[in-house]
Each structure stands twice: as C-alpha cells, then as structure tokens.
Design a protein around this ligand. Structure first.
Ligand SMILES: O=P(O)(O)OC[C@H]1O[C@H](OP(=O)(O)OP(=O)(O)O)[C@H](O)[C@@H]1O
Ligand SMILES: NC(=O)CC[C@H](N)C(=O)O
Ligand code: SF4
Ligand SMILES: [Mg+2]
Length: 461
C-alpha cells in the first residue's frame, strides 16, 4: 500500500525567478504528495496559476512558468475531495475585480471546517474541500480589500480547528503560517536575495538555499517588498501538538525540525527496537524500502546482525501509501518492490519497516520474501501499532481501514504470515525523537486527540 502523506508547500519571494525555485522545491517535496501539483505566481498584484494532475514533472512538463516578484506552490496528497482534480493552490477572488484575490497552498486537514464557516456566516457548499473552505473564509475576511490578508488571516484562522501549515498570497506578499498547535512543519530559508518557505528544510537545501529557522506554532510570517515581518495568531503554542508521524514516515531523512534530526530519530528508533525485540536466533536484517532504511540500519547496528539488500525498489516508483485505492496500492507495491533471492534464500530474515497502517505493504513483503526462499520472516516495526484515524493531514479517516485497530496483536502475525512480530513502544519512540514528549500529537497511536474530533473517530467502522 502506500500511505498518503501530508502534502508539501513551498514559496519564494524576491530574486530573478522565484517560480523556478518553487518548482524545484516541490520536486524535493514530492514524497509528500503525488496526486497533483500547482504553482501561483505573484505579478504586480495579480495571481497567475498553473496546476495539473500527477507529479511536478507531469504537471509542469515544459518548465515554462510565468515570472513575478514571488511564487508559491503545492504537491498534493488529498485528504478531502478528489486528489488529481483538486490541485492547489486554491485561488478565490479575481485579480482584475474589486478587492484582492487570495491563493492558498495547504498542508494539513481541518476538522469539520464547513461547520466553522457556517458559524461565521460564510456560505460553503458541502462539496468544497477543507482548503477551499479556508480560502473562502480568508477571502470573506478580506472584505473586498478593506482588510489586508495578514489581518484577515489573524481574524479567520483562529476560528478553525485542525492542522494547517500554509503558504498564502494576495498577489503582493507571500505569507507562511502554521496552526497554533504546529502539527506540521514549515521552514524559512534564504538563497541570496530570495526568501524561501518550504515544508521541510531539505527542500530549501535542494535549491542551494540555507534554512534559517522553523516557523513556530501559530507564527504568521509575511514577506513583501517591505521586508520580513513575524506575528503570532491568537492561541499560538498554548498546546503544541507536533505530528510524531513526520519523524516516523512523512518527512525526508535529511530534514530536521525543532533542531531534531529525522535521521537520528529513525536510527535511534531502530536501535531501541533491536534492544527490545532482538531476533530469535541467527538472521539477516532486511529494510522495507524506502523510509525504513535508517531504522533497519539502527536495528542491525544494535543487534550486530548483517544487513542485506533482500528487497530492492524500482527507481521510478513513488510511495505506495499515498496511492489512492486499495487495489492500486497492492499493485503499486508489486511494481515497486522485489525480493532478492540470492540475499534471502535459506536464511532467517528480520524485516524492519517504519510502520504498519493498513498492512498492505507488510503482507506483500512477507509473501515476497517467502517466495524468494526465506526460511523464517520476523517482522519488526519502528513505531507503535497505528490504531486511530488521523484528522490532521493523513488520509486514514476510518478505523475500519487500520489493520491494528481490527486485528488483535496476537492474531496479527498470522494475518501477516510472519513467524514473529514486534512494535516499538510509544515511550521508546518519543525518546528516540527527543524533545518534550507532551509537545507531540500521537493520536494515531493512542486515540488521544489534541482537538475535538468527529464522534465517528471513536467507532470501529
Ligand atoms: O501498512 P501500510 O498501509 O502498507 O503502510 C505502511 C507502509 O507505507 C509506507 O511506505 P511507502 O511505500 O508509502 O513509502 P516509502 O517507499 O517511503 O517507504 C510506510 O513506509 C510503510 O512501509
Ligand atoms: N495531505 C494534506 O496536507 C492535504 C491538504 C488538504 N486537506 C487537501 O485535501 O488537499
Ligand atoms: S494523528 Fe498521527 S499522523 Fe495525524 S497528526 Fe497526529 S501523529 Fe501525525
Ligand atoms: Mg515504506
């Protein structure tokens, strides 16, 4: 299977050709969404948009993008509406009409945004996505140009519940903003005279820029011809809930958030797994490509076992979790991964993955390793069982889809067809990541949601 990730956003202001930098940063963020890609360019108060289905090269094959003072963009993994057709940025308002337009590129998911909008008296049809609702709210709060976009954002955003790391524009400025709980990351960077915003610092480095700092929870940062200005939304940081799953799966291994390296977190998690759940005898370690490679290295380091390339990944294949539809995810795994007979035949294998969500990946991999002649297959997972839907940016909205929510731990190994199975505990994972454990969202592992969530979340189907 493939998990759907959390979307990637990027923005650039200043310099020769900010849209080209945004395009390159989006390619560096492609692991966060593969369903659609889009860019908006700010040109003398106007917003010009290009959006298309698929990956960045599919959406912008010819690289010819309009020039302007600034640009923002998005790679989408939909948590709402239609993935390929609902590309962002979303633009509301007309560049040539009265007032100002607003462009929104959003990472995260809002919890019941239609209800919030209706309470504010803004009409929003049911079929709008969460991002479209937010764009309409922002546009309404700008009151036909009577209020600036930063003022409108300070007024409208605190009325919404959920996760948003976003880049916004009204054609004359670039804004980066994170929800007050700081679920998903957003980073500020600089390249010469150009200010950069990106979901991950690895994307800033990918264009030759230098990360400056993370935006804080609830920070609203404005970049314009008048320079850079930082402000805070009401309620900023009163209860921080950074997504723990960013460290497990979403983020690139070469990113860091809040000074904590994703690589170190994954390596430490693998080492802890090696201490808590060593193999039952002689074995070789095999990583489930791609994200689990570092955790598998940590496991092998701790146990002293050799790590072998027992599974290889087709170079062009993307992430399978973020593929839409169960049958498509299963095919994606068979197309993407293959077992290496020469590395595993006749051996006991410890197969390390970062997570089990729907269980699609693990069932296929155990089967492939057995087909390739592995004697025993012992599965080790570098995070706790994923049992609760995420309402903040991951497309796991129903408990019925989540393997560990529906099958007891005792039955799971039989279901996956492996000889033994062990997960990392939450305490060990938090310790591996570092920082204050109280400042993370861990709802998908514990069911303890940091916001109100729909009652259906508590149900098993
Ligand atoms: O239990 P599941 O529902 O299958 O989800 C978990 C799997 O999905 C992800 O891999 P993915 O193929 O998306 O990306 P990767 O290549 O970065 O590991 C994750 O790394 C796990 O391997
Ligand atoms: N994965 C995300 O961050 C999704 C953003 C937004 N909720 C959408 O559906 O497009
Ligand atoms: S529920 Fe899980 S995936 Fe969703 S924001 Fe919280 S930690 Fe991240
Ligand atoms: Mg994987």
């Amino acid at each position: 299977m493939t998990l759907r990730e959390a979307c990637g956003v990027a923005g650039a202001w200043g310099g020769d050709d900010p849209a080209v930098l945004v395009r390159s940063m989006l390619i560096a963020l492609q692991h966060r969404g593969q369903e659609a890609a889009g860019i908006a360019v700010m040109d003398q108060g106007r917003l010009i948009k290009r959006v298309g289905p698929g990956t960045v090269p599919e959406a912008f094959p010819d690289e010819r993008l309009p020039r302007g003072a600034g640009s923002l963009g998005h790679v989408r993994y939909a948590t709402s509406g239609n993935g390929r057709e609902g590309g962002q940025p979303i633009i509301v308002g007309d560049s040539d009409g009265p007032g100002r337009p607003v462009a929104v590129a959003h990472n995260g998911t809002l919890v019941e945004p239609h209800a919030s909008a209706r309470e504010l008296g803004v009409a929003v049809p049911d079929e709008l996505t969460d991002t479209e609702v937010m764009a309409r709210l922002l546009h309404a709060a700008m009151a036909d140009g009577l209020r600036s976009l930063p003022t409108a954002a300070r007024e409208a955003l605190p009325e919404l519940v959920g996760a948003y790391s976003m880049v916004l524009s009204d054609g004359e400025r670039l804004i980066g903003v994170r929800d007050p709980q700081g679920f998903h990351p957003l980073c500020l960077g600089k390249l010469g005279e150009t200010w950069l915003l990106a979901s991950e610092p690895a994307a800033v480095r990918a264009v030759g820029g230098a990360p400056v700092r993370d935006l804080g929870p609830g920070e609203l940062l404005e970049v314009s011809a008048h320079g850079v200005q930082s402000d805070r939304l009401p309620g900023a940081g009163t209860r921080t809930a950074r997504c723990l799953f960013e460290y497990v799966y979403f983020a690139r291994t070469d990113s860091e958030f809040g000074g904590l390296d994703v690589y170190e977190a994954r390596h430490r998690a693998g080492r802890a797994l090696g201490q808590d759940a060593p193999p039952p005898g002689d074995a070789v370690v095999v990583a489930a490509p791609e994200t689990a490679r570092v955790a598998a290295d940590g496991y092998a380091f701790e146990t002293g076992l050799p790590i072998v390339q027992g599974l290889v990944r087709h170079p062009g294949a993307g992430r399978s979790f973020i593929t839409r539809g169960q049958a498509a995810r299963e095919h994606a795994i068979r197309r993407k991964l293959a077992a290496v007979h020469a590395a595993v035949a006749g051996r006991n294998v410890v197969l390390v993955d970062d997570s089990i969500v729907r269980g699609t990946t693990m069932s296929s991999l155990v089967e492939m390793l057995r087909e390739a002649g592995a004697r025993e297959v012992h599965v080790r997972i570098a995070s706790p069982p994923y049992r609760w839907p995420c309402f903040y940016g991951m497309d796991t909205g129903r408990r019925a889809e989540l393997l560990a929510a529906n099958v007891s731990l005792d039955e799971l190994d039989a279901r996956l067809g492996c000889d033994s199975l062990a997960f990392l505990t939450l305490d060990r994972l938090l310790n591996a990541v570092g920082g204050d454990p109280a400042e993370y969202c861990n709802a998908c592992f514990t069911g303890r949601y940091p916001t109100d969530v729909p009652v259906a979340a508590r149900e098993t189907s």
